[in-house]
Design a protein. Structure first.
Length: 239
């Protein structure tokens, strides 16, 4: 009987602690804030307008699908941003405001209390407006509904590191690969985003959305699929 009890104890320990994690999941909430804008080389070269540092922010949630230190982070975030242009030799401002639903699919490596991420983002534009002299004008029809950007980021854990809970602060940089202005907005009759034909005197240039800022997230571990070393069927275990 003594040997049987010892065997059962060892077998129980192996089942509880002798399991190999196959994949584990976490969910989180996050927010980011920083410098945002619309890069257009024709506007950069123009003597009639000056770029002003503008801002953007977003908030949403995250699903992490992780294999050891590597994984896929899927973020869904609601974003709002603007780009201000100062008319040269005047205090007048022209502003483009836009909002979108952003979906990220990022490879993430998290090790030594830090992380590195890289991957694509697709933005589903919901609204775009011009603001001149305090008056907003809807210009959504001048912009592409879907835009693709490249994303790179890194950061460190501020709290928690056991997989059950963590608070992470990082930096994120985004550059839009596609022209945010569509065929209608890019015509000589429209000349988005500034609606000034003189800007494109040397030829049309595409408009790329950009962002660089701080991102903060709170994550909670959900659970993991594990396989016992004895060869038992894989099962999901809650944290």
């Amino acid at each position: 009987m003594k040997h049987l009890l010892s065997f059962l104890l060892v077998f129980t320990v192996i089942q509880l602690y002798g399991q190999k994690k196959i994949v584990w999941f976490d969910v989180g909430v996050k927010a980011q804030y920083g410098a945002a804008g619309l890069y257009n080389k024709a506007i950069v070269d123009s003597k009639d307008y000056n770029y002003k540092v503008s801002t953007g922010y977003s908030f949403g949630g995250k699903l992490g699908i992780n294999f050891g230190y590597n994984g896929l982070a899927i973020d869904v975030m609601k974003s709002t941003a603007k780009q201000e242009f100062e008319v040269a030799n005047s205090n007048a401002l022209k502003t483009v405001n836009w909002s979108a639903l952003d979906v990220y699919a990022l490879f993430r490596n998290a090790k030594n209390l830090g992380y590195f991420e890289i991957g694509p983002k697709i933005s589903f534009l919901s609204k775009a407006e011009d603001n001149v002299d305090g008056s907003n004008v809807d210009r959504t029809s001048d912009y592409n509904k879907n835009n693709i950007a490249g994303v790179i980021g890194f950061g460190a854990n501020l709290m928690g590191n056991d997989g059950r809970f963590s608070g992470i602060l990082g930096l994120r940089f985004e550059y839009g690969f596609t022209d945010m202005v569509n065929a209608t907005g890019g015509t000589s009759a429209t000349n988005a985003p500034l609606r000034d034909a003189a800007v494109y005197a040397s030829g049309y240039k595409k408009t790329n959305p950009v962002f660089a800022g701080v991102v903060f997230e709170l994550n909670w571990g959900v659970g993991y699929f594990a396989k016992a070393q004895c060869g038992a069927r894989s099962k999901f275990i809650m944290f």
